[in-house]
Design a protein around this ligand. Sequence first.
Ligand code: AMP
Length: 232
Amino acid sequence: MIQGLPVFILFGPPGVGKGTQAAKLSEKYGFYVISTGNILRDEISKGTELGRTVKSIMDRGEYPSDDMIIGLVDRVMKELSHGQSNKIQGFIFDGVPRTEYQAETLQNMLEKSDQSIKAVFSIEVDDEALVNRLKGRFMCEKCGQIYHEHYHLPKVEGVCDRCGAHKFVRRPDDEEKTVRERLKVYYDRTASLIPFYEKKGNLYKINGMGSASEVFASIQNVLRNLGEKELS
Ligand code: AMP
């Protein structure tokens, strides 16, 4: 496992823009993004045994078991240590941890490799805004660039701004009924991580109601104060 790099967590209910901010952070700072949601969707699209196990759970907006999630994170971090890891400046965890058990286990895993959580960015958005964002969300099938049917359409209709591909997809769990279930699960099982990290003193609340660039600017302010440097 890679040793001694800073770790940042993007935290918040579904639809706050964690994936969008993770992509920006990766590009500007050279952080490696670990998104358990993306890893699970990848397993589903490859039709692996794990993918088959989690599909119906995710389609209902519920959580697969903590051990499965921790196993995935562990696997990704170990694979990295064997690969080309010298360009990585730090890690962004997007959508993980989501339970106190995951948070404790992740912390132990990180400590073993001399890594610590430098900041947890808790992005905050009103619930109704979240439902509207997710209902209208779609993405490029090839590169994952995120769009919205009212607020952020591709510049040229039917063509991805980032990679030029022509096919777009929606997530099955972005249907309104499932979004409401995901929010409920978030409040039941995940929101308690806010006081958990507040007590540890590394939680930064970020207003997520502005544009993606405004939210990014708020995160950058914190990173600047923590001494993180952008890639030149
Ligand atoms: P996301 O892409 O982060 O919105 O995650 C989509 C779905 O993947 C969630 O609704 C859960 O079913 C599952 N998932 C992703 N990350 C986790 C996690 N850390 N713990 C439990 N379930 C997760």
